[in-house]
Every structure is written in structure tokens, then in C-alpha cells.
Write a protein that binds this ligand. Structure first.
Ligand code: C5P
Length: 232
């Protein structure tokens, strides 16, 4: 896979025009565009085909989390939109993930089905204080990754701190998508467990997700180009 195919730009906008503009500008440097709640809710499902027609692949980041039947049916609807990557929350449990994975296996050209482990905006302290989870964020993320693997998913979203241990526990083909990526020249914002693009790739990340360091840059194309160069 080329470095460009590993760079996912998070199109965190409410305006379709802004999202499409950014996608056009950064398409020479990034192979995947991530559509999250904000854009999907405001622009609607047609945004996916518009991005596909720009030649980019789409990661539909809706972090599905509900009872197994509801999630599996939503995953089928999402796959019908022709997305390349789709995700669910691993904390929705084994049965939820398994049912979605089984449905994906029945269709032609299914998207990669990925589980979100621990949000990169949460750390060990907030897990303990707010969610009463007694292990560290990294240990918890790896436990959830193993559960996702057992349920038949293709990979996980995890922080840069967990790339090596997830690959070791779940195998080299189990994909790791890493958000919370911050080049040294950008702000951390609300992300707590951050890595640089170079570190993430060196540790074995299959994809890195970058939002504000590109979307908030004065020259987004130049920022994406700089990140791609760092990844090489
Ligand atoms: O702007 P920034 O680079 O922080 O954006 C990161 C993107 O990755 C956001 O769209 C966010 O929703 C997403 N994400 C994350 N942490 C996860 C899963 C997804 O930050 N664990």
C-alpha cells in the first residue's frame, strides 16, 4: 500500500461544499476521506457518492453502537452506499460485532468492518473516574481489539500507543487505524493520546486519521502534503 492510501483526512464539516472543497484540494495527497456524524447528518448519504466520484475512498465513521440486529442492519445500509471502511463501537459487545461481521460476509465487495476501542480523547484517568474501568486505556483497548478479532472484524481504531501490542495480539493482518495524529508543528486540541504521522507509520499503523491539523490549516493542501512526506 502506498503512503497516500494510508492517509485518511477527517472531513469534519457541517457544510457539504466545504467538505468537497477540502477533499478536492487534498486528494493528491490522501487516499481516503472520513465522513463522520457532523457531515453525514448535515449533507446526507449522497455525500458518499460525491466523494467516490472524486476518486477517493470513503471511511464512514458512524461508530455504530446499538443492539446486534439494529447495528447489523445499519451496517448493511451503509455498505450499500459503497463505503470502503465502516465502524462500530467494540464496547457494544461480542454479539453485536459478530452479527455485523456475518452480514458483511454475505455481500459482494464489503467494506472493512472496524471496531472503535477507546476514544483517543479518553485516557486512563477519565476511564477510571467516569466509566469505572479499572485497567489502563491501553490494556482496555487491547482487550477490546481481541474481542473484535474474535467476532470476525477486520481491525480496530486505536491510539498510537496500542499499535504494536494490537498487532502482536491480533496478528499483522488485523488492521489498525490511528486517529489522534499530530505532526510536531500542530496543536493537540482535545486529543490526549497523540502520535506523529512518522511514529504511527513506523509502529505499523495501516491508516492514520488526520483532521484539524489539515482542516484548520491556512493551506490544507500544503499541510496534507507535509504529512504525507513525513509518512514516507
Ligand atoms: O481533528 P482530529 O485530527 O483530532 O480528528 C480526529 C478524527 O478522528 C475525528 O473525526 C474523530 O471523530 C476521529 N476519531 C478519534 N478517536 C477515535 C475514533 C475516531 O479522534 N478513537
Amino acid at each position: 500500500m502506498q503512503p497516500k492510501d494510508k492517509l485518511i483526512i477527517a472531513l469534519d464539516f457541517s457544510s457539504e461544499a466545504e467538505a468537497l472543497n477540502l477533499a478536492k484540494e487534498t486528494a493528491p495527497y490522501a487516499g481516503v476521506f472520513k465522513v463522520g456524524f457532523e457531515l453525514f447528518i448535515s449533507a446526507g448519504p449522497s455525500i458518499i457518492s460525491k466523494l467516490n466520484s472524486l476518486g477517493g475512498r470513503v471511511f464512514l465513521d458512524l461508530k455504530l453502537h446499538d443492539i446486534p440486529n439494529t447495528v447489523a442492519r445499519a451496517a448493511l445500509s451503509a455498505a450499500a452506499l459503497k463505503v470502503n471502511i465502516l465502524n462500530v463501537h467494540a464496547s457494544g459487545g461480542f454479539e453485536m460485532m459478530k452479527k455485523a461481521a456475518l452480514e458483511m460476509k454475505k455481500i459482494k465487495n464489503p467494506p472493512l468492518l472496524i471496531a472503535v476501542t477507546v476514544l483517543t480523547s479518553m485516557d486512563t484517568k477519565s476511564l477510571k473516574k467516569e466509566l469505572h474501568i479499572g485497567t489502563t486505556a491501553s490494556v482496555h483497548a487491547v482487550q477490546l481489539a481481541k474481542l473484535a478479532k474474535k467476532a470476525g472484524l477486520d481491525g480496530v481504531v486505536a491510539s498510537g500507543e496500542e499499535i504494536i501490542v494490537v498487532k502482536k495480539s491480533c496478528g499483522p493482518d488485523f488492521k489498525v487505524i490511528v486517529p489522534g495524529v499530530r505532526p510536531s508543528w500542530s496543536e493537540k486540541n482535545d486529543q490526549k493520546r497523540v502520535v506523529t504521522p512518522r511514529e504511527a507509520v513506523a509502529k505499523g499503523a495501516d491508516y492514520i486519521v488526520v483532521g484539524r491539523p489539515v482542516t484548520g490549516a491556512r493551506d490544507p493542501a500544503a499541510a496534507a502534503k507535509k504529512i504525507l512526506e513525513e509518512m514516507k
